[in-house]
Unconditional design. Structure first.
Length: 172
């Protein structure tokens, strides 16, 4: 077989494997009424990963509350935590998310517990792997909350950092 055909054949095989794996992962996603279908889920120790709590490490200074009640709580208005980090400059995408989440406290100063339950909502990001990005979906809980609330974080696009409506911060 000519060399140029072998390369194309190899690319087609890799593409087919990627499509099969991605369809299997999306079929395993757990449907949630307030969250679009999760494309990727990750867990460790029976919890979503990463997980943590308010004040549990490095934090981000948040000075202003959001005026839009859907900011962060809707996949159409995620919290923008910075541009795509192709070479993972410090802090990287996960670290920026954890620092932001560590800065959030409940409405009356309660400790907020968070865990990533998956990723959703693919969109185009030039320079990212396959030029695609996804939103990270975190479940937040605190004392007095009857069921978890879902916060949407975007590690690829920048936006003003605000405190989502219904939460507070002790870091100023």
């Amino acid at each position: 077989m000519p060399r140029f055909l072998r390369r194309r054949w190899r690319r087609l095989v890799v593409l087919a494997v990627c499509l099969i794996v991605s369809s299997a992962v999306s079929a395993c996603a757990t449907p949630r009424p307030d969250v679009p279908d999760l494309v990727v889920t990750a867990s460790t120790e029976g919890r979503g990963w990463p997980f943590g709590e308010s004040g549990g490490g490095a934090v981000t200074v948040l000075e202003q509350a959001a005026s839009d009640p859907t900011y962060g709580w809707s996949y159409t208005k995620p919290v923008g935590l910075g541009g795509y980090d192709a070479v993972a400059p410090e802090p990287g995408g996960d670290q920026r998310q954890i620092m932001f989440l560590n800065s959030l406290w409940g409405p009356n100063g309660e400790t907020v517990f968070y865990e990533r339950i998956g990723r959703c909502c693919p969109f185009q990001v030039f320079g990212a792997v396959l030029d695609r990005g996804m939103l990270d979906v975190y479940a937040l809980t605190w004392d007095g909350l009857s069921e978890p609330k879902h916060l949407f974080l975007d590690r690829y696009r920048e936006g003003p950092l605000r405190i989502p409506v219904g939460l507070t911060t002790k870091v100023r």
